[in-house]
Design a protein around this ligand. Sequence first.
Ligand code: UDP
Length: 236
Amino acid sequence: MEKREQLYEGKAKKVFATEQADRVIVSYKDDATAFDGTKKGTIVGKGVVNNRMSNYLMRLLEKQGVPTHYVEELNERETVVKKVSIVPLEVIIRNISAGSFAKRYGVEEGIVFDAPTIEFSYKNDDLHDPLINDYHALALHLATAKEIETIKTMAFKVNEVLKDYFLSLNVKLVDFKLEFGRLADGTIVLADEISPDTCRFWDATTNEKLDKDRFRRDLGGVEDAYKEMMHRVFGA
Ligand code: UDP
């Protein structure tokens, strides 16, 4: 697949056209942002970890029956994916209280929920990605009722697959963010990435944070945390 003009540059990835209208190439950067883009930095090697880990997880999910945008890993930072139009919702699944949930509801981090929760944010930088419910998403025509049902079912399925997988690596999957896209024919597929940028990972024995919270909260050892997750997924 040939990399052609750049279509888009986001906070953590660039997207390029290819000679095929229904394929794009994503290229993962080491740039990191947090708190609505107000905190900026570099996490050396992050792009490689996120590209390889996300691709591995997308392949695992495909095997378990979850359709994704993944097509082919080209090299350590670049991957061919199906071109989608992104549904402008950030879908967040939580198994354990942390982050904005703990803050919003005034509870400590680390409460294990009886059942996973789901919430949506409206992907809109100007509005700072506000929390939104299904009815609001429908009113704003962000997705159809059927699409929202599909997205919820897929998101909980992703959680079941990934929770078990990460536990086999002695990692608790605390929470994570997913994005979904529409193919040209309207099919909903899992898109974007699944990585330490978009998931909270805690060591199952020590509760040590192995994700972007080390960057957000200036905990140090940011690169080592990404490397440790890479090590647990790929060994060596
Ligand atoms: N998350 C993300 N992108 C965002 C917001 C959240 O990938 O723009 C992920 C985050 O890494 C965490 C989960 O979604 O794994 C829940 O994040 P939360 O709502 O607690 O927000 P945060 O505390 O990260 O601001």
